[in-house]
Design a protein around this ligand. Structure first.
Ligand SMILES: NC(=O)c1ccc[n+]([C@@H]2O[C@H](COP(=O)([O-])OP(=O)(O)OC[C@H]3O[C@@H](n4cnc5c(N)ncnc54)[C@H](O)[C@@H]3O)[C@@H](O)[C@H]2O)c1
Ligand SMILES: O=c1ccn([C@@H]2O[C@H](COP(=O)(O)OP(=O)(O)O[C@H]3O[C@H](CO)[C@@H](O)[C@H](O)[C@H]3O)[C@@H](O)[C@H]2O)c(=O)[nH]1
Length: 437
C-alpha cells in the first residue's frame, strides 16, 4: 500500500520504517529540514534500538523516503498518518495546534480520497475536530481514523512489529477495511485489532497511560511507606506481582515516571476532565506524588552531607528518562541535577546515549564524562537516575577506588542491599533499608 507519515519523531519514524518493512511504499514528511537531510543521508536522527537496520534496509529497497513537502506526502499516500507533537499547553491540556494546522493544510491540498489517521495522542473529540477542519476546504471525500500508538521508547520497533493490540477508532467501513489490511501482517499471532468509535479509541490511549502511571505511583507510595516501617519494597513487589490480577510489570518503584508521554498525558486527561466538570481525583494525586517522587533522594543526600553540599562533587549515572533511549523529556535526572546545582555541587555526569541532549539543556553547568567510571573520579558520592544495563554489575573495587567516599544513592534500586552492605558501601535506595549509613 502507499503510505505517508507526517512527522518523523519517535512515533512517525518507527511507524514509517516498520510499515515499509512489511512491503508498503512509505513517504515520511517532516517540517525540520535538517532532520530530513540527515535521514536522506541514511542517518537515523534518534537513538532507538534496531531502528537503524530496518531504516537502512528499506531505504535501499526504495520503500522508504523522506521529504519536507506535505504536497508530496499527500500525493503519494492513500493512508496519511499524523504523528505530530501534542505537547502540554500552559494549562495542562494537550496542544492540538500541530495536528489542526497540518489538518487545515491537508484540507486545502488533498485531491482524491484519503484516510487520515491520527496516531498522535489526542483528547476525546479530536477526530471530529480534524474532520471538520479538513472538510472546510476539501473538495474530495476523505475519512478520519483514530489509531493511537502504544509503543515504548527503547522497545519501539519491537512494540510496533508485535503489538499486543491495534486500536482502530472509525465510523467508516471503507477506512476500517484499509486499516485492517495494513495491520494484518502485525497481528498474525492472533493479537486483536479492536475496532471502536473514534472517541473511545482516543480515550483508550489516555486511559492506558494514566493507568500505568497510577500503577507506578502506587508502588512509589508503597516504597515510601516501606521506608517508614522497615519493610522491603522489592519483597512486596515480588509478593504482589505474582498475583496475575496485578501482574509483574510496571511495579518498579524509583524516582518517578518521566518521558514524553506519561507526564503530559496524565495532565491532559486531568484537564479534559475539568473541562466537563469531572474531577479526576486519582490523577490529581498521581501528579502530585510523582512530582515529589522525582526528588525523593534529595533529602537523603542532604542528610548524609549534613546539609552542606556546597563544593561537593556528585557523580550522576543515567540522564535519559529511561534506559535505551536518548530522550530526556521530563527525566527525573533533570530535577535532581537542578536541585543539586542550586545547592552548589559540582556534577560529573554520564549517560550512554542522552549526553548530547542534556548538553543542549545544561551547557557547561555540568562536567560530561567519557565513561561511567570517569564520572566517579574524585566524586563524594554517586547518584543513579536511570537503570541502564551497563550500570547493573559494576566493578565494586573500581567504584571504591575512584569515589572519594563509597557512597551510592540509587534511584532505581539496581543493587542488592546485602551485597552493598558487605562491600562496605553506604547505600541508599528507594523503599529499602539504607546500609552503612
Ligand atoms: N514518543 C513516544 O514514545 C510516543 C508513543 C506513543 C504516542 N506518542 C504520541 O505521538 C505523538 C508524536 O510523538 P513523538 O514522540 O513522535 O514526537 P516528536 O516530538 O519526537 O516528533 C514529532 C515530529 O513532528 C515534526 N513536525 C512538527 N510539526 C510538523 C509539521 N507541521 N509537519 C511535519 N512535521 C512536523 C517534528 O519536526 C518532529 O520531527 C505525540 O502525540 C505523542 O504523545 C508518543
Ligand atoms: O515499573 C516502572 C515502569 C516505568 N517506570 C518509569 O515510567 C516512565 C515511562 O516508562 P515506559 O512506559 O517504559 O516508557 P515510555 O516510552 O514513556 O512509554 C509509555 O508512554 C508511551 C507514549 O504514550 C506509550 O506508548 C507506552 O505504551 C507507555 O509505556 C519512565 O520514566 C520509567 O522509568 C517506572 O518508574 N517504573
Amino acid at each position: 500500500m502507499k503510505i505517508s507519515v507526517i512527522g518523523t519523531g519517535y512515533v512517525g519514524l518507527v511507524t514509517g520504517t516498520c510499515l515499509a518493512e512489511t512491503g508498503n511504499e512509505v513517504v515520511c514528511v517532516d517540517i525540520d529540514k535538517a532532520k530530513v537531510e540527515k535521514m536522506r543521508n541514511g542517518v537515523v536522527p534518534i537513538y532507538e534500538p534496531h531502528l537503524d537496520v530496518l531504516f537502512e534496509r528499506n531505504i535501499k529497497a526504495n520503500r522508504l523516503r523522506f521529504t519536507t513537502s506535505l504536497e508530496e506526502g499527500l500525493e503519494h499516500g492513500e493512508i496519511i498518518f499524523l504523528a505530530l507533537p501534542t505537547p502540554e499547553d500552559e494549562d495542562g491540556s494537550a496542544d492540538l495546534s500541530y495536528v489542526l494546522n497540518v489538518s487545515e493544510e491537508i484540507g486545502i491540498k488533498i485531491k482524491n480520497y484519503k484516510v487520515i489517521v491520527d496516531k498522535s495522542t489526542v483528547p476525546v473529540g479530536t477526530s471530529e475536530k480534524v474532520h471538520s477542519v479538513i472538510a472546510k476546504n476539501a473538495s474530495c471525500d476523505f475519512d478520519v481514523v483514530s489509531n493511537p500508538e502504544f509503543l515504548r521508547e527503547g522497545f519501539a520497533v519491537d512494540d510496533f512489529l508485535k503489538p499486543e493490540r491495534i486500536i482502530i477508532g472509525s465510523s467508516s467501513e471503507k477506512a476500517t477495511e484499509l486499516m485492517k489490511r495494513l495491520y494484518s501482517p502485525f497481528v498474525r499471532s492472533g493479537n486483536p485489532i479492536i475496532v471502536m468509535d473514534e472517541k473511545s479509541a482516543e480515550l483508550t490511549k489516555y486511559a492506558a497511560n494514566a493507568f500505568l502511571a497510577t500503577k507506578i505511583t502506587f508502588m512509589n507510595e508503597i516504597a515510601n511507606y516501606c521506608e517508614k516501617v522497615g519493610a522491603d519494597v522489592d519483597m512486596v513487589r515480588a509478593g504482589i506481582g505474582t498475583d496475575s490480577r496485578i501482574g509483574k510489570r510496571f511495579l518498579f518503584p524509583g524516582i518517578g515516571y518521566g518521558g514524553s508521554c506519561f507526564p503530559k498525558d496524565v495532565k491532559a486527561l486531568q484537564k479534559a476532565g475539568k473541562n466537563v466538570n469531572y474531577d479526576f481525583k486519582i490523577l490529581n494525586s498521581v501528579i502530585e506524588i510523582n512530582s515529589a517522587q522525582k526528588t525523593v533522594l534529595l533529602p537523603k543526600i542532604d542528610n548524609y552531607f549534613k546539609n552542606d553540599l556546597k563544593g561537593k562533587t556528585i557523580a550522576i549515572w543515567g540522564l535519559a528518562f529511561k534506559p535505551e533511549t536518548d530522550d530526556i523529556r521530563e527525566a527525573p535526572s533533570i530535577d535532581i541535577m537542578e536541585a543539586l546545582l542550586q545547592k552548589g555541587t559540582k556534577l560529573q555526569v554520564f549517560d550512554p546515549e542522552a549526553m548530547p541532549n542534556i548538553k543542549k539543556r545544561f551547557g557547561d553547568k555540568l562536567n560530561y564524562s567519557q565513561s561511567m567510571y570517569a564520572a566517579l573520579e574524585g566524586a563524594d558520592a554517586l547518584v543513579i537516575c536511570t537503570e541502564w544495563s551497563i550500570f547493573r554489575t559494576p566493578d565494586y573495587g573500581k567504584l571504591k577506588e575512584l569515589l572519594k567516599n563509597p557512597v551510592v544513592f540509587d534511584g532505581r534500586n539496581l543493587y542488592n542491599v546485602n551485597d552493598m552492605e558487605t562491600e562496605g558501601f553506604t547505600y541508599v535506595s528507594v523503599g529499602r533499608k539504607p546500609v552503612n549509613l
